[in-house]
Design a protein around this ligand. Sequence first.
Ligand code: MG
Length: 203
Amino acid sequence: MKIIAIGRNYAEHAKELNNPVPTTPVIFMKPDTALLKDNKPFYHPEFSQDVHHEIELVLKVSKEGKHISEKFAADYFDEIGLGIDFTARDIQSRHKEKGLPWELAKGFDNSAPISNFLPKSQFTDLYDLNLKLDVNGETRQDGNTKDLLFSFEKLIAFVSQYITLKKGDLIFTGTPEGVAAVKPGDRLEGYLQGEKLLDFYVK
Ligand code: MG
């Protein structure tokens, strides 16, 4: 499986990092070794002094497809969950300055904690979903999918023009504003529509 991630898909987050609001989706990938499941602890890597949390809604691809039209894109995912797109912001900033790729900042081991997944049918409106991240009991990120710049269908249509989607692939759909550094000892709790799906420690 592969993890496809979308950058700058919420305008307020793009602005907080002084990035332009994109006119086409910004895409990057994480390897499968980035996955961290079952609320296992995240071990802070030594190569970064500035690992940021980014809570994101994650789509699980339900069948293979390429060149998927936006009209049929909703048929290609049937479960959703939460993920954290951990980002070594110091490394990313250095790479951005030089125009280099982001893999080392975004794709390192365990940089993609994910929750269990829920059938999307249990939600009445996928474009009115609250995603919230508390760190040590304080809310740091509190966003809503109504503020997405590119819809899930647009993302699937766009990505699948270039990359075949396969069953089990994950799509991280971007983070709302409020990203900040984590440190050992922090407890991260992620909520989707008020239901706690993520609860793990940074070590
Ligand atoms: Mg992200």
